[in-house]
Design a protein around this ligand. Structure first.
Ligand SMILES: Nc1ncnc2c1ncn2[C@@H]1O[C@H](COP(=O)(O)OP(=O)(O)OP(=O)(O)O)[C@@H](O)[C@H]1O
Length: 256
């Protein structure tokens, strides 16, 4: 969807985190991790979160997912009848497959039993290039394959919101790039909203419509950078590289 249309859609969710604290493990004193964060996500929008190590990016995803409800503020979903999140997919930093189950079983686990898991799983395996590995146990898969499987599992629930925490970290550069391209392709099938954490500005430029930049602790939103590359140009390395260079110079000024 072109960006102009995106900004006209009502938000899927409005996020206001006045304050999120954790007790310091040694002194037990409360430490503010996130403060005064306010932003919205629109349907089909892809938004990257970038910030210094340890500033609270994973914590932010956990609050949005409803995995941690201990904060001051509100997460308001567009469906006003419910304060529950819509169907969520979550790709964790570590793929978190169950090693004693086959790849197929790992994906079937998240599916509704009344659905037709076999066909659905086969489609996802084909989409993620894992056909032929379905009956292997998860611990027999390479790290790259496990990350593909984590993407397949997240898309299996047909999420309206997909949260991803550094989904391609610790992969070699060609595999990571392959998976980014794969993500763009599978996003195109169902077009969920995506909020993802990354340390890689080039990755954020390639995938996101908008980049949210957080400060160090307590993390505040210090900039929101529109990327502005049309979806059809995402796989065009020249367009991405040029925009990355422009964004990087702004980024370097932000984090001096
Ligand atoms: N359950 C917890 N109890 C206490 N402190 C915590 C807890 N979880 C996270 N923290 C602290 O909150 C801060 C933010 O952690 P978080 O993992 O969200 O940062 P991050 O930006 O995702 O880090 P990284 O970029 O290194 O992955 C860190 O200082 C971390 O030690």
């Amino acid at each position: 969807m072109p960006r102009e249309q995106l900004t006209q859609c009502p938000p899927l969710v409005e996020i206001e985190i006045a304050r999120k604290c954790f007790a310091d493990p040694e002194s037990h004193r409360l430490r503010i991790v996130l403060e005064g964060l306010r932003f919205a996500l629109r349907p089909g929008e892809v938004v990257a979160v970038i910030g210094p190590s340890g500033c609270g990016k994973t914590t932010l995803l956990q609050l949005v997912a409803g995995l941690d409800e201990d904060f001051e503020g509100r997460i308001a979903w567009s469906d006003a009848r419910s304060d529950q999140p819509p169907r969520l997919g979550y790709v964790f930093q570590n793929p978190r497959l169950l090693p004693w189950l086959t790849l197929r079983k790992n994906i079937e686990l998240v599916l509704n039993e009344r659905a037709h898991p076999r066909r659905q799983v086969d489609d996802l395996l084909a989409l993620t290039g894992l056909t032929g590995f379905a009956e292997l146990h998860a611990n027999r898969l390479s790290v790259g394959m496990q990350r593909r499987a984590a993407l397949a599992r997240a898309f299996a629930v047909q999420p309206r919101l997909l949260l991803m925490d550094e989904p391609f970290v610790s992969l070699d550069a060609p595999t990571a790039q392959q998976l980014r391209q794969l993500l763009i392709q599978i996003w195109d099938h169902t077009r969920p909203t995506i909020l993802f954490v990354t340390h890689d500005l080039r990755e954020a430029t390639m995938l996101a419509d908008r980049i949210l930049c957080l400060s160090s602790n307590p993390a505040r939103l210090i900039a929101e950078i529109p990327v502005g590359i049309p979806r059809t140009e995402r796989l065009n390395a020249t367009a991405t590289e040029q925009r990355h260079t422009e964004i990087r110079s702004r980024f370097e000024r932000l984090y001096v």
